[in-house]
Design a protein around this ligand. Structure first.
Ligand code: NAP
Length: 288
């Protein structure tokens, strides 16, 4: 069994991005500029945005966090989005989700200029990605592809079973892996899938993105399969200082010995997501 080390891959990609930015700056070009809009004071969102700011600095980007109060109206947020769309200095920006309940998230996502939509959530980017056209691919699926690429894991002709059909993980990764170049035969499972364990057992590559802690057990995994665990569930723990720990969708201890490759949680897919955002921002700086 080989452990897929997301931290190592993320560090390697971060280095590549930093080197590219350094070259740009040495040539007198301005570095990429990423803005994150944070509405309200949700603790997890603050952490995510803080990490994005930290990594932007590490790779040499210019970055800014726009902190808006939780009472910000939809109109005020849309005005901010319009301002960022029009600012020629801003290469890419994200509006951290979730937004407070009184704001229509979809409306905000669709107001972002697709050329600056480095989260890849705008329908134009999702559509372009689905058609195999140049696009901003959202962070989690892009991170999974980077892991497969880094470890040179063969995908052509492999049966990939994706558990989960969300717009941010299951559906895009299923689409991408079915495209030319990756060439997987893909099956998507969801909560209404019949005989799910039997279907998952057919997977040469299994991507678990359902958000149910330790759902995937050893009996569902074909010996030698590649297992990518996207799930993150916070559960109470007596052995940690914080009083909680993170569990993936895969029962790691029993599944790992059956696999050729497996991602741990934490330290697998998670660390890849911010670096994918950085990749998109660099792409936005040059234009798609
Ligand atoms: P989501 O929107 O809740 O979607 C979950 C999907 O799993 C749905 O399609 C659902 O089916 C399916 N599902 C739920 N229970 C199932 C079951 N018992 N059997 C089969 N399918 C089942 O979740 P998400 O946003 O895609 O996220 C999935 C997990 O990944 C979460 O734990 C999330 O925290 C994690 N995540 C991690 C990262 C990262 O950076 N590592 C990034 C994003 C998300 P239906 O469509 O039929 O309801």
């Amino acid at each position: 069994m080989n452990l897929i080390d997301g931290k190592e891959v993320a560090a390697a990609l971060r280095k590549e991005i930093a080197a590219e930015v350094e070259t740009m700056v040495a040539k007198g070009e301005r570095p990429p500029y990423l803005v994150a809009v944070l509405v309200g004071d949700d603790g997890a969102s603050q952490t995510y945005v803080g990490n994005k700011e930290k990594m932007s600095a590490e790779v040499g980007f210019r970055s800014q966090v726009l902190r808006l109060p939780a009472e910000t109206t939809q109109e005020a947020l849309l005005a901010e989005v319009a301002r960022l769309n029009a600012d020629p200095e801003v290469d890419g920006f994200i509006v951290q989700l979730p937004l407070p309940r009184h704001i229509d998230e979809q409306r905000v996502i669709e107001a972002i200029d697709p050329r600056k939509d480095v989260d890849g959530f705008h329908p134009e980017n999702v559509g372009r990605m689905a058609m195999g056209l140049p696009a901003f691919v959202s962070a989690t699926p892009d991170g999974i592809l980077s892991l497969l690429r880094y470890y040179d894991i063969p995908t052509a002709g492999k049966h990939c079973v994706v558990i989960g059909r969300s717009n941010i993980v299951g559906r895009p990764i299923a689409n991408l892996l079915s495209q030319k170049g990756w060439d997987c035969t893909v099956t998507i499972c969801h909560s209404r899938t019949a005989n799910l364990p039997e279907v998952v057992r057919q997977g040469d590559i299994v991507i678990a993105a359902l958000g149910r802690a330790e759902f995937v057990t050893a009996d569902m995994i074909k010996p030698g399969a590649v297992v990518i665990d996207v799930g993150i569930t916070r559960v109470p723990s007596e052995t940690t200082k914080s009083g909680w720990k993170l569990l993936g969708d895969v029962k790691f201890d029993e599944v790992a010995p059956r696999c050729s490759y497996i991602t741990p949680v934490p330290g697998g897919v998670g660390p890849m997501t911010i670096v994918s955002l950085m990749k998109n921002t660099l792409k936005a700086r040059h234009g798609l």
